[in-house]
Design a protein. Structure first.
Length: 251
């Protein structure tokens, strides 16, 4: 095998491996259960949280989704949006410390929402909308632990919280809470958009047509991988040209 072919083959192999690695990372990132929007202002009122659940199994469907709401920093006034094909069960828990509001003292808050009866097939996802009356203002983030049950009995536990800046293998959906007023306008816009989708009918189908920020990131990583592959092939071709030029001068 000539030096020219060896150089080109090595360059092509490196480019292919780099592209595959980036695309694989993008696929993993998009398979997590996530909450949208990613942030709200502390103490925000009358908003909507959307839990996006992708199916990451090729031979099984998602048949049950459980989302656990924190009770140490409770979300008040939780309401579940009707979901075609799914039945929602809402569980409330008595709070250790009652919360005083303008409407009175609240002693109970929603601690778990379970959706059953529907199916999320391979290569698909489902958006589950949850409205809230008020978010807490005494914490910087809320972790919503989730369990995803498949038709083959497998259960994926999205319950791990990030430590040290590294994302765990099965991260829990996390909602960041920013300083009051910082995200107020954007949060209101997100809530209005979710409400508009619901009122227009077919909330599940409408939400599926809207790409989430995490999906955009995954696509961006995929494009970056393709660019890396092209650059790798270009580098290989350049090396071949240089080798041939050097050979010609030597002759």
């Amino acid at each position: 095998m000539s030096a020219h072919r060896t150089t080109l083959r090595r360059a092509g192999t490196v480019a292919a491996l780099a592209t595959a690695g980036v695309l694989a990372a993008a696929g993993v990132a998009s398979a997590h259960v996530t909450v949208h929007p990613e942030s709200y202002a502390k103490g925000a009122t009358d908003g909507v949280l959307t839990f996006r659940v992708p199916n990451e199994e090729d031979k099984a469907s998602t048949t049950k989704v459980q989302v656990y709401l924190p009770t140490d920093h409770p979300v008040l006034g939780v309401l579940v949006s009707p979901q075609d094909g799914w039945t929602a069960k809402v569980t409330s828990t008595k709070l250790k410390t009652p919360i005083k509001t303008d409407d009175g003292t609240i002693t109970d808050a929603v601690s778990e929402i379970t959706w059953t009866g529907g199916k999320i097939g391979a290569g698909h996802y489902e958006d589950f909308n949850v409205a809230f009356g008020q978010l807490p203002d005494d914490t910087d983030q809320l972790a919503f632990k989730a369990l995803q049950t498949y038709s083959d009995g497998n259960v994926v536990r999205w319950i791990e919280e990030s430590t040290g800046g590294e994302e765990p293998e099965n991260p829990a959906p996390v909602l960041k809470l920013t300083a009051k007023g910082a995200d107020a306008e954007r949060s209101s816009t997100s809530a209005a958009s979710a409400t508009a989708s619901k009122s227009s009918g077919g909330s599940a189908d409408t939400s599926k047509s809207t790409a989430s920020e995490s999906d955009s990131t995954a696509r961006g990583l995929g494009i970056a991988g393709l660019i890396v592959g092209v650059l790798g092939l270009a580098a290989g071709a350049f090396a071949v040209v240089r080798s041939r030029s050097a050979g010609s001068r030597a002759e």
